[in-house]
Every structure is written in C-alpha cells, then in structure tokens.
Design a protein around this ligand. Sequence first.
Ligand code: IPD
Ligand code: CA
Ligand code: CA
Length: 286
Amino acid sequence: MEPNEKGPYVLTGKSHIAVAINAAAKAGEWIKSRVGAYGKLSVKNSDQDLVTETDKGAEQMIRRLIQTHFPDHAILGEESVAPGEEASIRALAEARKEEYLWIIDPIDGTTNFVHGFPFYSVSIALSHNGEVVIGVIYDPSRDEMFVAEKGKGAYVHGARMSVSGEARLAEGLIAAGFPAEENILLPLNLKGIGAVAPRARSIRAGGSAALHLAHVAAGRLSGYWEVGLNSWDVAAGALLVKESGGKVTDTIGSAYQLSVRNIVATNGALHAELLSVLKEAEATGF
Ligand code: IPD
Ligand code: CA
Ligand code: CA
C-alpha cells in the first residue's frame, strides 16, 4: 500500500502462530499479576458462572494484538458473546463463515483464577474456512506454552508432545468437568463421572477444559470428556490433541468440528472404551 492510500496499516511478516503465542504470553502474564486483585466479580448465567474485569481486560488485550497484525480477520471471544448456550451457538454459526476466525477464551478456569488455584489458561485458536489450523494454550502458573499447527505437530516449549500409551480405561487417568449450568449439564456430567470413575484408574476435574486438553496432548492425562462446552473452551486444545497423535470426537464418536459441545479427547487407544461407558450410562448429552 502506498503511504498516502487510505486503509489500516498492517505490519507484515509476522506469522499467525507467532501472533497467537505473543498474545497468549502477554495476556497470561497480566492475568497472573491479577491473582488476588481481579477487579469486579460478576455472575453470568448462574451463581457458579463467574466473570471478572480481568477476563474482559485480557480479551481486549488479545483482540488488540491480533488486530494489529490481521485487521481483516474475524474474532470470536467468550466475553463478547452474551451468556448462555443459545447465544454461543448463534455467535459461532455466524462467525464460522469467515475465512479467518480467531477463537479466544481469555481465561479458561475463571473460578480457579478467582480462588488463586493455579489451574487456569489462555486459549487461542485460529480457524481457516471452519478448520482449526493453529492452537495455543498458555498456563501462566507453570509458564507452559502449548502450541500446535495443523500438520506440523504439537509442542510444549519447543519439545514435541505425544499422547500417552494406556490401552485400557482401567490404566487411564481421565479428566472430566463440573459445568456451571446445574439443571441439565451438571447432572449429565455427574452421571458420566459415576460411570467412568469405577472403571478408570482415577478421575480428575481440574477446572479448565483447555488445560485438560493440553495435558492429554502432553501425555499426562489419558483422556478427557465434558458435556456442554463452547467452541472457545476446546478449539485450540482439540488441535493440540490431534497433533500429538490423539483422537478428538463428540461423545457419540463423530469427528471434532467447531460446533462440538460434548467432547471426548483421548490418547486414541482407550477412546472407544470411554465412548461406550458414556453411552451405556446415557451421559453423552445426545
Ligand atoms: C469453564 C472451564 C471449566 C468447565 C466449564 C467451562 P470458564 O470455562 O473450562 O473447566 O467445566 O464448563 O465453562 O468459564 O472458566 O472460561
Ligand atoms: Ca472456558
Ligand atoms: Ca473463560
């Protein structure tokens, strides 16, 4: 562009992945500095669904960093969508038509962040024509940056990740979630936990969907499932798991795509067994 032509000034030369990593790192550091000083706390859909000024500030920070480099890309961020399942589904349906769409969860694990429990993350994904091509999850508490690029593998601080090898649920450490919506989603997930817990080596529920997925990718968890999530909870993590050799589907075994809300992500080897336990327990959410 000539200097006197009108239009946004675009910095060239920075790759999508570099921008995602930079944004996650900057936001993550700032979020960590706000533990114990998170600003105003509000509730969204239920008393258990929290949001703070820090969630909103972090999303603004990430948006500005992305827009500096890619002003014509679309952005879907949790804090810019009205609360509730319906609004989330509508926002994704609209946004996914965009060629380039950034999908952001500025703090995944807000409840942990509010309590100072060090298990929360920043999740940033980029989808190209509806397919996730970049996934970055940053854990500020452990200073771990999980990065995946479609077809190029997944890495944590430069070391290639691969999923774990447990072949049976009985040998597996499986993560699950306790969603904030207490009428439908919480009972469904509890039903699943009731069925999986006696069959697995043990169950964990850390409180950040994105971090659970990052740990499946890193081979530290054998699998993770949860019913009732949003695109921003899982888009980056789904790519991390796939690029680490794992499997990601919905709870009835259909391949992952952006609108999946009921997710199962495993090392692949015990995927079918986990699906069948959830089906038997009528805990798939379908
Ligand atoms: C939540 C976390 C939590 C999961 C909830 C999510 P948020 O996201 O991922 O682990 O159980 O379903 O909503 O609200 O902390 O961004
Ligand atoms: Ca989330
Ligand atoms: Ca969030």
